[in-house]
Design a protein around this ligand. Structure first.
Ligand code: NAD
Length: 273
């Protein structure tokens, strides 16, 4: 796989995820997709998935080493991809992303995954930390949307914002992260209405997905989270990528302003935490 997301010893994770790439449809042939946070986890899986379905992909991330590796992995499979080092919270970086995308063509898909999360309760969260998390998670998504909007409007593009179940579910130590993820859902609805005839805007709300951050969490905590889901396991980045690809594809032509929870039933299990 392209993501630097190795299987973690002792986890209950089972990858029943996306179908092999040779069985995939080609829903994105001739389209250009920009994937932020594309160097790792859900973003990397989304970049790989969209490319496997024919998209030319711009992998945008601050992490050059892994971002280049994802783009290279896509090219090694015959796909089209380029890495662009970009901080989503910097408007000037978006100019470089769009310029790189135009090497392929006008942008038709934006998948926004880059995020910052600094775990601390509100009373221990500095204003600088708060503002950084809002800048990456919320402002970064807004700036990316604005940067590619002219292309999206001209070509009936689709945007998929990656929110989180923590937009709705409280979890200690994530005040700025949760607030930014909730705000993304408000933004999603607003943008869907504002640009409705031309651009579809949807959100995915992942639950516990086995990405590098979860690899750093202790095995007992991972197992507890897995047991708290209806699926009784953590999800894979590929399983979120499949949902993002659906929302980005023409199949979802009448789906806009929607939120798709991809959490193995975590948020509907009684007394989940
Ligand atoms: P990840 O850490 O594997 O990948 C995140 C990527 O974002 C990294 O490559 C990182 O370098 C990049 N990034 C960070 N700041 C950036 C910036 N300013 N500009 C550009 N790139 C930046 O994370 P992931 O778990 O795949 O998360 C992807 C998305 O999914 C996030 O929006 C996250 O909130 C959401 N999510 C994840 C989970 C989960 O369990 N993994 C659950 C709910 C929501």
């Amino acid at each position: 796989g392209a993501a630097h997301c190795p299987p973690v010893e002792g986890t209950t994770h089972v990858n029943t995820g996306a179908p092999a790439s040779d069985t995939l449809a080609a829903r994105f042939t001739g389209r250009v997709a920009v994937v932020t946070g594309g160097a790792s986890g859900i973003g990397a899986a989304t970049a790989v998935r969209l490319a496997a379905e024919g998209a030319a992909v711009v992998v945008a991330d601050v992490d050059g080493e892994h971002g280049e590796a994802v783009a290279e992995a896509i090219r090694a499979k015959g796909g089209s991809a380029v890495f662009v080092r970009a901080d989503v919270a910097e408007a000037a970086d978006w100019d470089r992303v769009v310029t790189a995308a135009h090497g392929f063509g006008p942008v038709g898909v934006l998948s926004s995954n880059a995020y910052a999360c600094e775990i601390a309760p509100a009373h221990e969260t500095s204003q600088a930390s708060w503002e950084h998390q809002l800048a990456v998670n919320l402002t970064g998504t807004f700036l990316g949307f604005k940067a590619v909007l002219p292309d999206l409007r001209a070509h009936r593009g689709a945007v998929v914002l990656t929110s989180s179940v923590h937009a709705h579910m409280g979890l200690p130590g994530r005040p700025a992260y949760a607030a930014s993820k909730g705000a993304l859902l408000s933004l999603c609805g607003q943008l869907a209405v504002e640009y409705g005839p031309e651009v579809r805007v949807n959100a995915v709300l992942p639950g516990p997905i086995l990405t590098p951050a979860w690899g750093e969490i202790g095995e007992a905590d991972r197992a507890r989270s897995a047991e708290a889901t209806a699926a009784r396991r953590l999800g894979s980045p590929e399983e979120v990528a499949a949902a993002i690809a659906f929302l980005a594809a023409d199949e979802a032509s009448y789906v806009t302003g929607a939120s798709l929870v991809v959490d193995g039933g975590w948020s509907v299990v009684k007394s989940s935490s």
